[in-house]
Design a protein around this ligand. Sequence first.
Ligand SMILES: NC(=O)c1ccc[n+]([C@@H]2O[C@H](COP(=O)([O-])OP(=O)(O)OC[C@H]3O[C@@H](n4cnc5c(N)ncnc54)[C@H](O)[C@@H]3O)[C@@H](O)[C@H]2O)c1
Length: 331
Amino acid sequence: MIKIGVLGAGHLGKIHIREIKNIPEFELIGFYDPNPDTAAFAEKEYNVPSFDSIESLLNEVDAIDIVTPTLSHYECAKKAIEAGKHFFVEKPLTNTVVEAEELVNLVNASNLKAQVGHVERFNPAFIEAQKFNLHPMFIEGHRLAEFKPRGTDVSVVLDLMIHDIDIILSIVDSPVALISASGLPVISDNIDIANARIEFENGCVANLTASRVSLKTERKLRIFQKNAYITIDFFKKELNVFQMREMEEDEDITDKMVIDPGEGKTKKEIIYNAPQPGNVNAIHRELECFADAILNDKTPPVSIEDGYKSLKLAHAILDKMEALMLKSSLH
Ligand SMILES: NC(=O)c1ccc[n+]([C@@H]2O[C@H](COP(=O)([O-])OP(=O)(O)OC[C@H]3O[C@@H](n4cnc5c(N)ncnc54)[C@H](O)[C@@H]3O)[C@@H](O)[C@H]2O)c1
């Protein structure tokens, strides 16, 4: 049994408290939140002790779950490492690349397990999609949300686009070759809407759009690859797969979706599939995996290196946006 504490009992922290209570490998020792109203509410609602400091909680646990605002991830994770505690930290790993680099080095020099909360990896639609031998050549991503002040302490790239950045890095096995990007603040002081075109050395291109000033919610990735088109709806947890196969010359085409390219070329059949993703609670599953990594000495499925790579690419995208904004302000 792993003794665990939670840092931050805000919007997501409450959900983590609830899920941890339902994972038998964890014993939830308590939580710390500096906001007295939030702490009092969570203590009563979830019947979990509230601690009066990070340090007092760290003293009592084997592992800590960091669900605090992004700007505090580095400080909380560093305290966990110094106290010799495993940690789960929400995405993005940290605010800056320098902070992330330091944490990666500290974790690698220890025996501690560190997992980053890129929860879309556990989304049942994405899990199901991976059964279709993904080797994307073009990816179109849209992650749109209505405006909420929560999360605006960082740009939409670190807040929302980073989910898709992590997913893309997990399925495109090639270094990034070129980035172009643009974005702008709309309501908050940080970039609220952003578009990035990421070109990989193997020729794959990902075109990502993220907005937190949208009138609708959408979280979709469309993947195009040789002989297949796959759409993953992370919000609705739905998957649509269109595969194409060459037909035999005398094959019966009745009830089949057939494309005739003309000029005597081989006909192709389009095969449509809408697999039903399992009913998985992604947050529950990622926390179970964190427990499994600690108990069975495994690398967590979303490692600190994964979190670092996503953050580094997110910042490279932001640098391109800032360069473009600077250029346009000079004209
Ligand atoms: N994986 C996802 O899909 C997802 C979704 C939402 C938020 N997040 C991430 O989760 C984190 C928290 O987001 P949220 O929406 O719950 O924010 P929130 O503002 O609702 O809650 C944050 C809580 O942390 C507390 N806090 C601040 N500093 C602290 C500290 N040093 N120690 C302990 N508690 C502290 C605050 O008082 C607040 O109650 C952010 O990093 C965000 O990016 C991830």
